[in-house]
Every structure is written in C-alpha cells, then in structure tokens.
Design a binder for this molecule. Structure first.
Ligand code: ZN
Length: 655
C-alpha cells in the first residue's frame, strides 16, 4: 500500500487543521482496501474560542452518513472534548444516552451526528486520529492465532485490543487499558476482528502510520504465498434462473429487489471452491458489514425455494437464541454464492447492490486468504447479533425514508431514445424504477448516464435482437416487472388507393408485429415479476381515425386489439395490460414539421391551432403521456386491466 500524500495538494492547507483533516480523510477513503462505503472514521482536535472568548478544545470527528472518500469540512461534527473525557469515566452508559450526550456537547447543532467512536477518538491524546477497517489486518486477526501473528508482525509497541462491541464499551475498554500506558511508545492500535487506529500531532504522519501498518500486514500476507482462487470464466447464466431467484428473494424481503451479478474471474473462482459453502457460513469480515450483508450469504446449490427456506429457518433460530426483546428483521439474504457463476447481491436500488458487491468482493478475498493462512475464524454469533440488532442501528432503520413507489422494480421501454419513450424512462427512474431502454438509435447507449438505466441498441423488428435485449435487461437487474410498448413510426400519409406496399408493411412490422414479439419474449419474465404490468402506447387514431393515415391507424388498431387479447390471456397470470391513446403530442420524432403541416392543413387549421385543438385548448407533451403511462403501470391501476385511456385534452370525436 502506497501513501497518496501529495506535497503540492497539501501545501495550501498549511495551518488549517480541519482542511488537513479533510485532505487525509479523503486519501484514506480513496483506498478500498482500507475503508468501504462509510466505514472507518477520523478526527482532529482544535482549540477554539467560543462566543465569550473562552478557549475550549473541540474534537472534530466524522459525522454519521458521511463517507471518508468524499467528506467535506461540513461532514465533521464539533464536540467539546472535556465532555467526552468525562463520559469515558462513567462505568456504564447506554449507546442511546451516549449519542444524546455527544449531541448535547456539540458546538454546532446543525452538524451531523458524531461517529459512534467519538469518545474513543477523544481519549487518544493526539491532534489527528485515523481509523480504518483495513482488509489485510482483519484477514490476519480473523484466524485462530491472529493475536500471535499481530504480535509477530508489529512487536511490543502496538496496543492490541481484544474484540468488544463498538461504541461506549470499546471506548471504556481502551480507557481502562491505557490509563498507565505511555502513548508516545505506541505506534498504533490494532482492534481484533475490527481494524486499526493511528495517531499523531501531524496529519501526514498519522496518515502515513496507517499506510505503514497496513503495508506490514499486506507484506506478511504476501510472504505466505497464499495465492488466490483460480480465476475462472462464469458458467452461462440463464435469465430465467436469475428472474426466479429474484422472485423468491423479493418475497423474503416483502418488496421487489434488484440483483447485481458479480461474474468477475475472482468471484467465479471463489464460487467454484469446494469449501466455499462452509467458508461463507461463518460470518462477515468485520461486524459493521452485517448491517449491509447480514451474517452469511445464501449458497444456491439447489432449488431456490428450498435454499431460502433453510436460510430463513437458520436466521430464525439465530434470532431466537440471542434476542432480548428486539424486533426481528426480515429473513432474506443480502447476497448469495451461485456456484460456477460468482456471487449475487440483493437490494432495493442500484446503489445498495453496488455497495453489497464491493463489500462481498473484499470479503471473499479475505476469507480465502485467512483460510489459506490458517483457518478463517469469524466472531461468535452472539457478538455479531449484538451489532446486527444494535439499538443505534435499529434506530437508523426506523428513520429511513419511505421508499419510492417503484423502488426495486424493473421496467423495459422500447423506442426510448426520444419523445414519449424517453419521457417514460425518466418518469420511471423518478419513481424508483430501473429501466432497460431500447432504441434502434445507437445514441441510446449513452443517452442516460445514471446507473438505473441500461441503454440497449435494438431493432425491434429483429426478433433475435429483441429477445437478446429482453434477456440483457433481466441479467442486468434481475428480472422484469413492467413493459412500456412504445416503439412506433408514423409512415408517410397516403390514401389507400395510392398506398405504397413498403410503407404499409413497415408500419405493420414496427407498430404491431414487433409488439407481439416483445410480449412473447417478455411474458415469461413478467410471470416472475412483482405486480407486473404492461402499458401500450396506442393512438387517438384508434377511436378516431383520419383519412390518409390508414397504415398508421390500422396498425395501432391492431396493436390495441393485441392489448385487449393480452389482457384476457394474461389476467389469470396477474399481469395487467392497459392502453394509452395519446393525441397531439408534438415533441416526438414522428411529428416532423412536414407531417405536422400536412395534418394541420387537412383540418384547415394553422399548426398552432392544430396543437391545441381540443376541449381543454391545451398542449400535451411527452412528459404528460409518460406520467399517465407510469401511473397506469403502478398501484393506482392495480385493479384495472384492458382499459383504454385517451390523453388528448378532450377530443369531440373520442368523447
Ligand atoms: Zn471501526
């Protein structure tokens, strides 16, 4: 591990302790092998004058909810050091009282809650304190002779702290251990099964002590030549298997979830180890991971219902054994090993599953190395339970914001690069959905930058491309709940007598036939979806056709009839099918200026009059249609199928 300290970057921070604290915190946060997603914490002690001119020592400590990699000055909570030192002298303090008293000792009431390790940071008599959960150190401490190995690596000048619960108990333990210690003789502190503390009066030295200590652990591991699981290509995944797993896991969660597949050669190699099942059955890398990953993953080496049933039973007995009146959390796993295919992460958003994947990738590597070195040894279940059901963590869960209506749902939208399709993708994402966005325009691949959207280039009239795109969406996110059948064209206007066969055929192919194929490919996955439904973008031309638009009107009428039959066929499978009939939506690709002028002229209107030619004299945009389509996909329409809803500002030929 290399120091990332850069003299040039740091030179402007001279004399500003808090700015230096931000800088080296970010350096720590930049190394995934040191801290992951909100893990670790840092602090700096600064003497300040209060409003009355009195000097007081303030501990600026990482606030909860901030990540070291991206922290700013506002992410540090200022707490009066004198109060923290008195709290450490108490024999006993509940964690909720600790949090309350830390908050009361803050000099800025709008700063975030100080870290749970605040008292411990206060106890360490140095300006800068750095704390990480370095992979290499926990890899070594999570073995039967971990403590001897730590002594062998670091010698007598390292304070070794046996595992105790984080929070006040840990602070109190270290207070008692260090009352007679000469701090200057210590190079740092190793917390068994937890992590490392370093400290110094200088920001750079405190940071580089951390790099040094972790490097020594890494060198020790390297010297053992432990190797790694043989990297391996994944066995081919079947989308149906993934969608089946998602359905079963979602039921355990009680809400729809996404699946992220880790098919890296390392993950696949690990999943193929003969002892992967027993190795992952022992516990997480550090106790704080349990909040994200639960104690153990599921190991999917049989029918998913049986595996999840066994997982839930084991979770129940673990809960019954250790609970003292806590409320039981759900019994669904947060990740799984799929032998031959790597690992799967489960969660309600792309952010959740990415965090779980990052944590579990590091976990698999550390488990393997510990096992090769000696034997992987996780903390006892009782210690893990204490963290999983920690009052502070339970309180956090209660404070969590209500999920969006479509959180964890997976949609597919065709014709998604512009107009109504693009607006549907945006409206779905706004409601918490992830989306496979299909379009023939190659720009679709980069049209949406957010992780919630997978842009797929697809000619919907090409059956193979369409099938592949449906499967790619399922493999990317885990399944399929919603389809917006939107792709369409408005062919050149022509009277039937003058109709060119190719225009007619093209309209049929895109506006009807491709939609039938889409349903054929999508329905098997919708059957495994969570409250699945389809919305078809029809047209006002269905109830109110116009001369010159036969190719379009007939195709859209056929599509509507397809939707009505689909509603009948799919109702028994609990898949809803509803149809939107937009009119006069002019911000779409099919409404070229030429078409617009032709249609306006046909009705003897100017283009402006034509645009608002409805009962409400209002203009309808793609955005309005998308809002309606998304509403019809969602719970407001949970009792409705086969409906046709016009969105046209009120049309006298339709009303
Ligand atoms: Zn920690």
């Amino acid at each position: 591990m290399k120091s990332r300290w850069n003299d040039e970057d740091a030179s402007s921070l001279e004399g500003n302790l808090l700015a230096q604290r931000v800088y080296t915190s970010r350096l720590l946060g930049a190394d995934e092998d040191l801290v992951l997603h909100g893990g670790g914490n840092t602090s700096v002690k600064i003497t300040e004058k209060d409003l009355f001119g009195d000097e007081q020592e303030i501990l600026y400590v990482k606030g909860s909810g901030w990540d070291l990699g991206t922290i700013e000055e506002a992410g540090f909570a200022p707490v009066k050091l004198a109060t923290l030192l008195r709290l450490a002298e108490l024999d006993d303090l509940s964690d909720l009282d600790m949090v309350k008293n830390q908050r009361m000792a803050m000099t800025n009431p709008s700063a975030p809650n100080p870290s749970v390790e605040t008292i411990l940071h206060g106890l360490i008599p140095y300006t800068f304190v750095d704390h990480t959960h370095a992979d290499a150190v926990v890899t070594i401490t999570n073995t039967p002779s971990g403590e001897d190995r730590i002594k062998e690596i670091y010698g007598p000048n390292m304070l070794i702290v046996p595992y105790v619960m984080p929070g006040f108990i840990l602070a109190r333990t270290i207070y008692l251990m260090t009352r007679d210690v000469d701090w200057d003789s210590l190079e740092g502190m190793i917390l068994m099964n937890h992590g490392v503390f370093t400290f110094d009066h200088d920001a750079r030295r405190s940071y580089e002590k951390m790099i040094n200590i972790v490097s020594q652990a890494e060198d020790y591991i390297a010297s053992k030549n432990l190797g790694a699981p043989a990297p391996s290509a994944p066995d081919p995944a079947t989308p149906a298997q993934i969608a089946g797993i998602r359905k079963a896991v979602s039921e355990g969660f009680g809400k729809p979830i996404l699946i992220k597949r880790n098919t890296s050669p390392e993950a696949v190699g690990f999943s193929k180890l003969a002892y992967a099942k027993s190795l992952t059955s022992l516990g997480p890398l550090t106790p704080d991971h349990i909040i994200r990953t639960k104690r153990v993953p599921a190991f999917i080496d049989g029918p998913i219902e049986r595996i999840l049933g066994e997982y839930a039973d084991a979770y129940s007995s673990y809960f019954e054994q250790y609970n003292q009146g806590e409320t039981k959390l759900d019994q669904a796993p947060r990740w799984a090993i799929l032998p031959g295919q790597g690992s799967l992460s489960f969660g309600p958003s792309t952010k959740h599953v990415r965090i779980i994947e990052d944590i579990t990738a590091h976990t698999m590597q550390a488990l393997y190395r510990s096992e090769q070195m000696e034997k992987w040894q996780a903390l006892p279940q009782s210690d893990l339970f204490e963290v999983e059901y920690w009052s502070l963590e339970q309180a956090k869960l209660k404070r969590a914001a209500a999920p969006k209506e479509m959180q964890g749902k997976i949609a597919l939208v065709t014709g998604a690069a512009g107009g109504i399709g693009k607006a549907c993708v945006e409206a779905l994402v706004k409601n918490g959905c992830v989306v496979g966005a299909l379009d023939i325009d190659p720009a679709i691949e980069t049209a949406f930058s957010q992780s919630e959207v997978l842009g797929i280039v697809c000619d919907v009239t090409n059956d193979q491309q369409l099938k592949d795109a449906v499967e790619a969406t399922v493999l990317q996110f885990g399944g399929l709940d919603y389809v917006v059948a939107n792709a369409g064209i408005f062919p050149k206007s022509a009277h039937i007598a003058d109709m060119q066969a190719e225009n007619w055929d093209l309209s049929m192919n895109i506006n009807v036939t491709s939609q039938q194929r889409l349903f054929t490919f999508a329905v098997p996955y919708l059957e495994l979806g969570f409250d699945p439904s389809i919305v078809i973008i029809g047209s006002k031309n269905v109830p109110a056709p116009g001369p010159g638009a036969a190719a379009y009107s007939v195709a859209k009428a056929g599509l509507t009839q397809l939707g009505r039959v689909a509603a009948m066929e799919l109702g028994p499978k609990n898949i809803r099918v509803n149809i939107v009939h937009p009119n006069a939506v002019y911000d779409t690709a099919i409404w070229t200026d030429e078409v617009l002028q032709q249609r306006a002229a046909h009705y003897g209107l100017t283009v402006e009059e034509y645009k608002t030619n409805n009962m409400l004299k209002t203009e309808i945009t793609s955005h309005h249609v998308a809002e309606l389509a998304v509403t019809m996909l969602g719970s407001a329409f949970s009792k409705i199928t086969g409906a046709q809803v016009p969105i046209d500002g009120g049309n006298d030929r339709v009303i």
